[in-house]
Ligand binder design. Sequence first.
Ligand code: URA
Length: 211
Amino acid sequence: MNPLASRDLLERLSSEVRECSLCALSQTRKNAVAGEGPISADIMFIGEAPGRREDSVGKPFIGSAGRILDAALSKAGIDRSGVFITNVVKCRPPNNRRPTSQERLACRRHLENQMLILSPKIICILGSTAYHSLLGGKSIIADRGKIVKRYGIRFFLTVHPASVIYNKSLLTDLENDMLSLAAEIRDGRRLDKKTTTKTRHNEKPRKIDSK
Ligand code: URA
């Protein structure tokens, strides 16, 4: 699709999100947080839901979890301004509780539209809520570092940056995973040049060894 048309669609979708009243979270939010990043992003990150700071400002991952994510991205040489960042649920659940399945379902169309319009090379799932919502996964801790191919899309699994606040040992996992993700995008670029699309689509789900 023409990149200008896609940018327009993405902007229109963000306006729809900002006006959305499909679930009760719209009554308690200050700002719906559609997400941010360029239409050309190779990587799309999907977290759980906005927190207090994100709700006040209207941007994703700008509070304490955001600072952890930013540091891990920067250590891996991933430029935050070149990736797209969003959440399963676009409005803050009161007291930062986990979004309910109805709230996730109501928001699903926004996320699916974003995935379609952006069509990134890889989607990085941050934490168990996104893992469960998108892939029906159970344990992000057990599965982190893996690539799963579903619906013709490659998903990379890692822990939620906020989980590092409560369990410091997960910081190394997050950092290693971001290094693997950066390598995957670099290798993908080489593959794009060297091989046919058929080879890439035949790829089997596999574990990246990040240790
Ligand atoms: N946690 C999330 O899952 N998303 C944000 O945007 C901020 C914190």
